[in-house]
Design a protein around this ligand. Structure first.
Ligand code: HXC
Length: 260
């Protein structure tokens, strides 16, 4: 399929990759780009040959934000009645397979928010994150105030969102927003691919369940979350792959998953 603003590939068996590709605007996230992204992620999610997904941009920019020129003339009534930005959340609701964000260069505003919607965030040390919406007379609108605060704590998130000051990949790593940081772009992409391949080597049933239970921790009180986890854990005794995995351990063999 031909896309205008993204590229889709399968760099390794089991791994799907979406590369944001609107270089002239530093991957600014216009509505048609988000529609393409949702289409591509929906297809990768449905594909039997893909187990894990990498979302990335270019070396210079993951994404420099929502498209400011598209938003400039927008009115309250238009934004409200069209639920502007709501479809960005499809990424978090329709995609059940893990998504690794590989961030190099700018990840500002909506770009930072898009990276934070992913399941694992990797970045280069020199990556340039920030929520600069305050400088445009507005606020984060795609979950930034919620996800950044949960990831790095209230005081730091408040400072960053109120000042619009950028922060580096090194800081993202130190604060726990990024799971890992890499010295170079090449190492970043290699690291993301390796992790995606590792995940793709496991039972797809168990992988989807892991993602589901970890994400529940963001929405549920601890007690309910632990109970939810236990129920899902119980349900996995109904899978073939649980039998296959534990039998392989007992027989000192490599598990051959059926994804059933
Ligand atoms: C539209 C953008 C853009 C954006 C860059 N461009 N960011 N267009 N929306 N968010 C365009 C520029 O207009 C320019 O187009 C081209 O990309 C290259 O950008 P330059 O500014 O010339 O590059 P540089 O000098 O290297 O500066 C890079 C930059 C700067 C620091 C990232 O572009 C910048 O500050 N961008 C805006 C960042 C931002 O405020 N993001 C938050 C957006 S609000 P031309 O045609 O001139 O070559 C937001 C709201 C989220 O995201 C809430 C809902 C999701």
């Amino acid at each position: 399929r031909r896309y205008e603003y993204i590229q889709v590939s399968e760099p390794k068996p089991g791994v799907g990759q979406v590369t944001l590709n609107r270089p002239k605007a530093l991957n600014a996230l216009c509505t048609p780009l988000i529609k393409e992204l949702n289409q591509a992620l929906g297809e990768l999610n449905a594909s039997d040959s893909v187990s894990a997904i990498i979302l990335t941009g270019s070396q210079r920019a993951f994404a420099a934000g929502a498209d400011i020129k598209e938003m400039q003339p927008l009115t309250f009534s238009k934004a409200y009645t069209t639920s502007f930005i709501e479809e960005w959340s499809n990424l978090t609701t329709q995609v059940k397979k893990p998504i690794i964000a590989a961030v190099s260069g700018h990840a500002l505003g909506g770009g930072c928010e898009l990276a934070m919607m992913c399941d694992i965030l990797y970045c280069t040390e020199g990556a340039n994150f920030g929520q600069p919406e305050i400088k445009l007379g507005t606020i984060p609108g795609a979950g930034g105030s919620q996800r950044l605060t949960r990831a790095i704590g209230k005081s730091r998130a408040m400072e960053l969102i109120l000042t619009g000051k950028p922060f580096s990949g090194v800081e993202a790593g130190q604060w726990g927003l990024a799971a890992r940081t890499f010295a170079t772009y090449e190492e970043l992409m290699e690291g993301a691919l390796k992790t995606a391949e590792t995940i793709a080597g496991y039972s797809r049933v168990a992988v989807q369940a892991c993602k589901e239970v970890v994400n529940k921790s963001q929405d549920l009180p601890l007690r309910d979350g632990v109970e939810f986890e236990r129920r899902v854990f119980h349900s996995l005794f109904g899978s073939q792959d649980q039998k296959i995995g534990m039998k392989a351990f007992a027989e000192k063999k490599k598990a051959e998953w059926t994804h059933e």
